[in-house]
Design a protein around this ligand. Sequence first.
Ligand code: ANZ
Ligand code: ZN
Length: 810
Amino acid sequence: MENYGPSDAEFTSKYNPQEIEKKWQKIWEETGLYQAQEDPEKEKYYCLDMFPYPSGSGLHVGHWRGYVLSDMIARYQRLNGKNILYPMGFDAFGLPAENAAIKAKSHPEKFTDEAIVNFRRQIRQIGTMIDWSREINTSKPGYYKWTQWLFLQLYKNGLAYKKKAPVNWCPSCQTVLANEQVVSGQCERCDSIVEKKDLTQWFFKITDYAEDLLKDLDDLDWPEKTKTLQRNWIGKSDGAMVKFDVHNSNQKIEVFTTRPDTLCGATFMVLAPEHPIVDRIAAPTQKADIDAYREKVKKENEIDRTSTDKEKTGVFTGAYAINPLNSKQMPIWLSDYVLMSYGTGAVMCVPAHDQRDFDFATKFGLDIVQVISKDGREVKLDVAFEELGQLINSGKYDGLKSIEAKKKVTDDLEKDGLAAPAINYHLRDWLISRQRYWGAPIPMVYCEKCGEVPVPEDQLPVELPSDIDFSPKGESPLKSSDTFTQTTCPSCGGKATRETDTMDTFVCSSWYYLRYTDPNNDNLFASQDKLNYWMPVDFYFGGIEHAVLHLLYARFISKALTKLKLVSYSDNGEPFKKLFNIGMIYLHGAKMSKSKGNVVSPDELIEKYGTDALRGYELFIGPADMDSEWQVQGIVGISRFLEKVYTVFQQPFTNTDQKNPLVEKAIKTVTLEIESVRPNTAISHLMELFNALKKEDQLSKVDAEKIAILLSPFFPHLAEELWQKMEHDKSIFFEKWPNFDESSMIIEKINLPIQINGKVRDIMEISPNHNEEEIKQLALKLPKIKEALDGKIVIKVIYVSGKVLNFVLK
Ligand code: ANZ
Ligand code: ZN
């Protein structure tokens, strides 16, 4: 039989990884082994890595980890008969390239293109299944044309709008930032303290999707930690709006509160200093103090304002509000700890039960009245009692529990039009304009006659000009290009100017996973057929640092496109079914990074030990979702293991078809470990297998083939070499993942937690060969589950193989 690839003469008796690896990478490439093709007969599997930003410093072994892991999954799924889409591209717009270009007096495009050449070369060395024919680059007009198209769709449907607002300004990057890019008051990129500026900017209306973004998290197969980060970021608060009369005035002040049960304890009120009502209610004698305080607050950022350690400051307005429950007068103060951007910008202050209010009352000598107690008794409070409890000092509400009182107080006031139940989200609209050059231009023009006019779709892309002065001046460098700014109005043909801000690069990456399904389409962002075949992404790999940035934005865009009927691959528009957060690689106790000077380059390791050994060590280093310390000698053990494997395969094989229990057990354990994304334990099972195979035992040909396939997701080059030595005419990656024979092993049991709405209600013993349907049926027979589900409507059952079964109730 003829071999796939080279002739027999090229096989050597000594393991020579570098030679083997180059050879197979070339053959895989030339034969188009990994090119994805839609095939309605076959089940698809879309495996995706977050695409990299092509920095000048190239890849280190920390970056490798994710690529090797996703490749392992892609190969395993392919061997399980799936039709794989596993693409790669570059998130090429962004500030670092622009800053580097300014420094080097070069052009960001040149800088970016060079970095990409190096990245592509480095990623190719990993020997992955990536289909390079689908590579995308967000900075090329063929791509950003569709980013601009996306902007226009959102604009047409009221989801993109311009408004003047206090926005985050990074004084060093000289651009505005989204809330998500401000971490502890600092710029996510350069750590400068972020300032507030009043500017007119473009926003995407992500707040319209707050509830959907929150609710649909429940059903996603994502790490709980990432879901929690998103839930907290969206920040849903259940409470009420309450209206207060202002004494001796016809003005009313509305507040948002999560604790209407504490209303009788509200002894004063605090407004954000920027609140517009201040000028209408303030006593003339207080004017000067108020103006001075407002000036002072202007210079503060939000983090300082809301910091709980900061000494409280404030100024009295001279006005009083009336507590609607007990008619007491509440002095109205201004303080920086109340933000204009949340709720109504006004707070009913309950010092006995809110620590910020407690601190404020203590400093300014305001009344503190306890209205919530543990057990109905008043106690001396040294700090605010913030828990729920039983009402006291609240007239007819005394004795009620907080939960009951929340509803009762709101209901009673609602009858007089003084309150209404309300929900607030902390999520703000997504600020997408940037005053920088290296991004997709916002496709809008301004006409003296017609005002704001969108660029017609057939005039896209609005290309970036090249006659530009890059030095940051606090306004977009695009302003310096006359050829760019001067244009005609698409609507009246008159003189018009272009919008000169560019889009946040997170807009480019909010939809890139769609483009991979149809990367070269000039007429559409992607064809519906291809989207419907490949989407959603089955398995998405990336770091947890994107939890409230990219992952939130991508969900929003995918949901918006779905609602606008521009895509239809899922009911609720979720783009990523399953997510895996890859742990980081540390060296000498610090996260590996060029700036810390602790990077290990893959290049020398490949030269010395080969790609497969490096792949193996990246997978073996520790649990894939946890941070791990790089051991300089770690790769040596893997390299020896691969030599041993190679040697075992040098011996002649027997022809027996009797099953070897060691091999059957290895198939089972490796399968389960890969399914649970535990590559480190999968590899240790493979090592155990080779330790257990005694020298004098010969492998049968059938077993040798099974073992080669088991090795292939981790060590594809070596596995292909061994496979071809066994005289096959096709790549090993056309084979089927072996089944294991349960009867030739001792059966292990798994303890499966059974949940209802995410809470564990029972544990059930199952065997790994039970299928999903059998497990559901068995769980429904458990007495505890039966009882808990009685009379309830199950809207969904989620089974995570071998890990958990969850019944979701209506
Ligand atoms: C009275 C009260 C009593 C409150 C109590 C809390 C505890 P979350 O949970 O984040 O939604 N608040 C409302 N608007 C605010 C603003 N613009 N700036 C600062 N604080 C504001 O917080 C809601 C609570 O934060 C509200 O409930 C309000 O104080 C305060 F024992 O009302 B509360
Ligand atoms: Zn016009």
